[in-house]
Design a protein around this ligand. Structure first.
Ligand code: BES
Ligand code: MN
Ligand code: ZN
Length: 506
């Protein structure tokens, strides 16, 4: 979809379709009122006839509205004015996108940025408009023999802003929304691809595509290199698989040469059957999504590169399958991680932490300013937080706060869980430095406690995205989260770095 911004009144737009909001109780939004006035009260008459009540989810398409140069006017129900908040605004946008997609209009001028949402500015509303429209139109039909012939006529959406003086800021917000959506779409595609196609090697090739497209530097560490580096934990997970593991690194350099990078470390487990500690059959197909952390790292790098952010970012993606095999990890096996710490593998299904710990140790060579790992790490996190918030655990409060703030700003929220030392003893092992599981209690936290043993040298945060990276059931599909959170975090960080550098020069 092509997005642009423009200012001007709805009654003057020579558009294929004007979209305006209507609240319950026949209350017109500012733009709807302008059309109503220009047309001699046509909207009020339609509402009085009862054809549209302003209910959330309702839409009505009008043709030939008097004195209006636009071919169509679409009314979008906005619900009760007092209930208008982040969530309802997002469903208004999704409904508008869906309804527009069903018309024959090739272009539309959308007047939904005039709705007042407490605590949200124009830029937020525009970013959301772009992201939600892209999300609504996203289809994964790569694997269908009959492609869902894209019959949508709509090609261009003009997001209308109240004032001319808003245009520059609005354009920047749309640019960000477009970049974040491109990153989310990449993350969704990689997540939705099945395990027989999206293998570690496939992920590595996708990272190479980013190198071609954006000039980032992609390096793929192969099995022999891992052996030389002593990555016994990562290698132990790959033992049960015929697909060789890969450790993928992608360096984006938009900042000064001396600026230490932000490291994003994403779990890239392309299929998690559990290994010898085999998972039950029901819904096991969803474990193709166990690489969504890695996919979100690639998606975030794509967004950052699209925006040419003045910041250095390095992505690190340990990638493997976790399958049962005669050669696979067995419960009780003891492996030595790259850090030298030994691990008793009491459950081969707790493999994410095994591939991540070596990737985290490897990340030390980039001297990162902060490290954020993202992983579909524990079912326990889904039990704790459901599917609305990612779990966040960190050894650094300011970093945790910035990530939570970025999540709020992007409406891709995270919620912090404690990472107290008290939980560490659940990982005690009789035979090795630690066990890879911590018992039934606080499973999301003990998984983070395990990673904390490999991140002592960093300012580090861990995002458990097991509940947020994909949707199950009828709407099964990857969400592209937490690309919005991470990109927003990096935008904010590059801006505050620029402010700090500006101060130095004063
Ligand atoms: N990839 C899974 C976590 C997962 C499970 C995410 C279900 C989303 C839905 C991870 O590798 C795993 O299997 N974790 C185990 C850990 C346990 C053995 C300590 C889990 O959560 O059951
Ligand atoms: Mn597992
Ligand atoms: Zn897993």
């Amino acid at each position: 979809m092509d997005f642009s911004v423009k200012s001007g009144g709805p009654e003057k737009q020579r558009s294929a379709c004007i979209v305006v909001g209507v609240f319950e109780g026949r209350r017109l939004t500012a733009s709807a009122r302008q059309i109503d006035q220009a047309s001699g009260g046509m909207l009020t008459a339609v509402l009085r006839r009862g054809d549209h009540s302003g209910r959330l989810g309702q839409s009505l398409l009008l043709h030939h509205v008097a004195n209006i140069p636009a071919e169509r006017v679409m009314l979008i129900g906005c619900g009760k004015e007092k209930d208008l908040g982040d969530g309802t605004y997002r469903s208004i946008l999704a409904n508008a996108a869906r309804a527009l997609g069903d018309t024959g209009a090739t272009e539309a001028a959308v007047f939904l940025a005039d709705l007042e949402i407490r605590g949200r500015d124009l830029a937020w509303k525009l970013r959301q408009a772009v992201e939600i429209t892209e999300d609504t139109y996203y289809r994964f039909d790569q694997m269908k023999s009959q492609k869902n012939e894209n019959r949508r006529a709509l090609r261009r959406i003009v997001l209308m802003v109240p004032k001319r003086s808003d245009l520059a800021r609005a354009e920047n917000a749309v640019r960000q929304g477009v970049a974040i959506s491109a990153g989310m779409n990449l993350a969704k595609d990689l997540g939705n691809l099945p395990g027989n196609i999206c293998t570690p090697d496939y992920l590595a090739n996708q990272a190479r595509v980013l190198q071609e497209e954006y000039g980032v530097r992609t390096t793929v560490i192969e099995e022999e290199d891992m052996r030389a580096l002593g990555m016994g934990a990562l290698l132990s997970v790959a033992r049960g698989s015929r697909q060789p593991p890969k450790l993928i690194t992608v360096e984006y350099r938009g900042g000064s040469e001396t600026q230490p990078p932000v490291a994003l470390v994403g779990k890239g487990l392309t299929f998690d059957a559990g290994g010898i500690s085999l998972k039950p059959a029901a819904e096991m197909d969803e474990m193709k999504y166990d690489m969504c952390g890695g996919a979100a790292v690639l998606g975030t790098l794509k967004a950052v590169a699209e925006l040419r952010l003045p910041i250095n970012v390095v992505g690190v993606i340990p990638s493997s399958e976790n399958l049962p095999d005669g050669n696979a990890n067995k419960p009780g096996d003891i492996v030595t991680s790259m850090s030298g710490q030994t691990i008793e593998v009491l459950n081969t299904d707790a493999e994410g932490r095994l591939i991540l710990c070596d990737a985290l140790t490897y990340t030390e060579r980039f001297n990162p300013s902060v490290v954020v790992d993202l992983a579909t790490l524990t079912g326990a996190c889904v039990v704790a937080l459901g599917r609305h918030a990612s779990g966040l655990m960190s050894n650094n409060e300011p970093l945790a706060r910035s990530l939570i703030a970025a999540g709020k700003a992007a409406f891709d929220r995270a919620w912090q869980l404690p990472l107290w030392d008290d939980y560490q003893k659940q990982l005690d092992s009789n035979f090795a430095d630690m066990a890879n599981i911590g018992g039934r209690d606080a499973g999301a936290i003990t998984a983070a406690c395990f990673l904390a043993r490999y991140t002592k040298k960093f300012r580090w945060a861990h995002l458990d995205i097991a509940g947020t990276a994909w949707k199950s059931g009828k709407e099964k599909g990857a969400t592209g989260r937490p690309v919005p959170l991470l990109t927003t975090f990096l935008i904010e960080r590059s801006e505050s770095q620029a402010r700090a550098e500006g101060h130095d020069e004063d």
